[in-house]
Ligand binder design. Structure first.
Ligand code: ZN
Length: 100
């Protein structure tokens, strides 16, 4: 249910949320998308095509994080200031309105 809602939201923003088989995911790994480092090999994104890709059992909160990269940032994940773009300061304290 959560996944269907997130996919609908991705599409409304001009992107998509796509389920891949384990074989599809592994064949794309490190070739066409950025893999989420904390999602245990099951979540990634294609930044230029605005697509969040997952395999196996996705965790919706992790998908929302990747959607932040795809839809809220102008730069791909390696070129963003990961710890500040969602308003989290260097000590992990939430700073409303703070952006990188
Ligand atoms: Zn991230």
């Amino acid at each position: 249910m959560q996944i269907a809602k997130l996919q609908k939201l991705c599409k409304s923003l001009g992107g998509d949320l796509i389920a891949l088989s384990r074989e599809q995911y592994d064949s794309k790994h490190n070739k066409t998308f950025y893999e989420c480092p904390f999602a245990r090999g099951r979540l990634g994104l294609d930044f230029t095509k605005k697509k969040v890709l997952y395999a196996d059992e996705p965790v919706w909160t992790e998908i929302v994080h990747e959607m932040g990269h795809v839809f809220a940032r102008k730069k791909a994940p390696p070129f963003t200031k990961e710890w500040s773009f969602l308003g989290v300061g260097v000590r992990g304290v939430l700073v409303p309105g703070r952006r990188s």
